[in-house]
Design a binder for this molecule. Structure first.
Ligand code: ACO
Length: 327
């Protein structure tokens, strides 16, 4: 990936390690303009990775990196782009507290290092760069690949792990993290705490950015549905299917479902009136319930106003029907 600035000036090493400070060298620590360029690079890499995995939104960005205790290994190629260097790819890892099922189906609590995001530029894939990045990370973190967990690995990552590390046999989980056989074999009892709570009290899905991103974008039935985005589904993963954009599921648009189009509804004026009221309600409710908890509260407010919208719509609809003498 080329950028309109000197990559070699930003990143002195072939593989740089970035954390919440977004500092890749002593030089960039003292130069805010260089930090701004690092932000541009991380954001662009995050977007490219999301596109490659058909995620509805990036799970890696400079602002996310600044607020989380994750580490990004960023690889460059010094010689390319007439000596300015190009970015080859990145690997993001971080510790996550997970509730996992061991081989006997018992819940255990562990906090392994997880692979959270991994991307090599399309034209450079299958040239060994991913392996070089991964090996560097393993050495830097002093960890073995089977002791790590993998956040919803793509088919390409599963093929990569199978090829380079013979990681094939995974232990089924109820969340989207993948742990391989060795994860439970090689870990000491102290590293795997058995969870004594009854099963019903265990939250089955460990929190992860991928799932949060998906839930935020999850589409709803008409009249609440935003346009659908293509999403990668775990159940659709097959060992031979790549996750290249050409294999993306078709994007469903409203135009393919004319009956669902709000503009063609026979009750458009009524809906418009309700929609205006709903927008007002969204603004008012947001103001009422907004606090530091951020987006979760925002979506709660949207839901409340949607409920009010439905009630208003039903009321208006029954009123107009009775005015027309249908009842
Ligand atoms: N289809 C199937 N397997 C692939 C593909 C592909 N298109 N690309 C790489 N692989 C696997 C294969 O095992 C391949 O070996 P092979 O060529 O003999 O079949 C091996 O990876 C190649 O190893 P490297 O060259 O070292 O890996 P690469 O530089 O391609 O990096 C990576 C691997 C990061 C998975 C890269 O393919 C990529 O960016 N893919 C798109 C984004 C993605 O899926 N990222 C993982 C997201 S899931 C997560 O981060 C938890």
């Amino acid at each position: 990936m080329e950028f309109p600035f000197d990559i070699n000036q930003l990143f002195s090493e072939r593989i740089s390690v970035l954390d919440h400070n977004l500092v890749a060298s002593r030089q960039s620590k003292e130069r805010p303009d260089l930090v701004a360029n690092i932000v541009t690079v991380v954001d662009e890499l995050g977007r490219a990775s999301a596109r490659a995995q058909q995620l509805p939104a990036p799970i890696t960005s400079a602002s996310k990196l600044q607020s989380q205790k994750h580490q990004v290994y960023l690889m460059k190629d010094r010689e390319s782009s007439r000596g300015s260097g190009i970015v080859v790819g990145f690997l993001k890892v971080g510790y996550k507290k997970l509730f996992l099922l061991d081989r006997n189906g018992a819940h255990v609590e562990a906090e392994p290092l997880c692979v959270l995001d991994f991307y090599v530029a399309e034209t450079l894939q299958r040239h060994g760069y991913g392996l070089e990045l991964f090996k560097f990370m393993l050495q830097h973190q002093n960890v073995e690949p089977e002791l790590m967990a993998y956040d919803r690995p793509s088919t390409k990552l599963l093929a990569f792990l199978a090829k380079h590390y013979s990681l094939i046999q995974s232990v089924p989980q109820v969340n989207n993290f993948v742990a391989f056989e060795g994860f439970f074999h090689k870990r000491t009892v102290a590293q795997l705490r058995r969870v004594k709570k009854p099963d019903g009290e265990i939250k089955p899905y460990s929190s992860m950015e991928r799932e949060v991103v998906r839930q935020e974008q999850r589409s709803l039935p008409w009249p609440f549905a935003p346009p659908q985005s293509p999403q990668r589904s775990v159940s659709s993963l097959s060992p031979n299917a790549g996750s290249s954009p050409s294999r993306a599921p078709p994007c469903v648009t409203h135009s393919s479902f004319p009956r669902d189009n709000r503009e063609h509804s026979p009750q458009s004026p009524l809906i418009d009136c309700c929609r205006t009221r709903r927008s007002k309600l969204v603004r008012v409710t947001k103001r009422l319930v907004m606090d530091e908890s951020g987006q979760r509260v925002e979506s709660l407010s949207v839901w409340i106003s949607r409920l009010i919208f439905v009630s208003t719509f039903q009321l208006c609809s029954s009123l107009s029907r009775s005015q027309l003498g249908f009842n």
